[in-house]
Design a protein around this ligand. Structure first.
Ligand SMILES: Nc1ncnc2c1ncn2[C@@H]1O[C@H](COP(=O)(O)OP(=O)(O)OP(=O)(O)O)[C@@H](O)[C@H]1O
Length: 271
């Protein structure tokens, strides 16, 4: 079932579900709408299904049921060209940055350009324009002076900033950040999330960010999706995340109710 809404939207998931090859159902049928320019935080305990939902949004995890619909380009599961286009326009930020340590910061950022180059163009050296673009995104994350330093010589927080720059060089319209600050100390984590938040707001970028930390979710999210055991148990603005919702979010297996459809009426968001 496709959620209906009168607001403009960017992504909808329609009864999206994921069962891994070992038979474990990590996401029960979930229908969500993601709106342009919003920062949507996926919150939940370890194993709740945050990464599964987030990664299924760009096909890194293959949905076993349901569908993703993109308002601008279509249905990526039905057409490989749409999937390629969607991935090209989607920046990904990972918990462990996935940088190549022996390469310079600049070279790592330029790797983000591979997604936007044709295959044959990837055989040629980077152009001056590519390099200037990489320096410009490094400047945005405050690391232009580290451009020629090896990536493994940077701190964890700096490496994550490079990860953000590498995503930005793709000129994405959607950012997916999978536990981007889980390996960082609280102060560094907050500064990285502040940077990500400010860039998304300046560029009117839509972001889906999975987080463990409730205080960060409340501070940086426009809207929170709470997951428990593969089911959406909360959907709303940060202020609405009260004690009841927290109990549902962090209920243990024996306390949690059997998963049902994750459908959440868009009206909840509009309210
Ligand atoms: N490739 C896989 N094969 C089988 N089961 C998996 C796989 N990946 C994840 N799972 C299981 O699916 C469930 C959801 O995992 P997921 O990583 O989506 O949760 P999460 O909320 O992101 O957890 P965390 O915060 O610890 O990263 C967990 O029980 C996990 O063990």
């Amino acid at each position: 079932m496709i959620p209906s809404t009168k607001l403009p939207w960017l992504v909808q998931t329609s009864d999206l579900a994921v069962t891994y090859p070992n038979g474990h159902q990590a996401l029960y049928p979930t229908s969500l709408t993601i709106y342009p320019g919003e920062i949507l935080v996926l919150l939940g305990a370890s194993g709740a299904g945050k990464s599964t939902l987030l990664r299924s949004l760009n096909g890194l995890v293959r949905p076993s049921e349901g569908e993703i619909i993109l308002s601008d380009i279509g249905r990526p599961q039905r057409d490989k060209r749409v999937l390629r286009e969607h991935r090209r326009k989607t920046g990904m930020v990972f918990q462990q940055h996935h940088l190549i340590g022996r390469l310079t910061v600049l070279a790592n950022v330029l790797l983000g350009r591979v997604a936007t180059r044709g295959n044959w163009r990837s055989l040629f050296p980077w152009s001056r324009e590519d390099k200037l673009e990489a320096l410009a995104v490094l400047d945005r994350v405050g690391l232009v002076d580290k451009a020629l330093v090896r990536a493994d010589a940077l701190s964890g927080g700096q490496q994550q900033r490079v990860g953000i720059a590498r995503a930005l060089i793709q000129k994405p319209r959607l950012m997916l950040a999978d536990e981007p600050v889980a390996s960082l100390d609280p102060v560094t984590a907050e500064s990285v999330l502040t940077l990500l938040h400010d860039i998304c707001k300046t560029d009117h970028l839509t972001a889906v960010v999975s987080l463990h930390q409730i205080e960060f979710a409340k501070k940086f999210a426009d809207r929170i999706i709470g997951l428990s055991h593969g089911t959406v148990v909360f959907e709303g603005k940060p202020d609405a995340l009260g004690d009841d919702a927290m109990r549902r979010l962090y209920a243990t297996s024996s306390q949690s109710s059997k998963p049902s459809s994750g459908f959440v009426a868009p009206a909840l968001y509009a309210a």
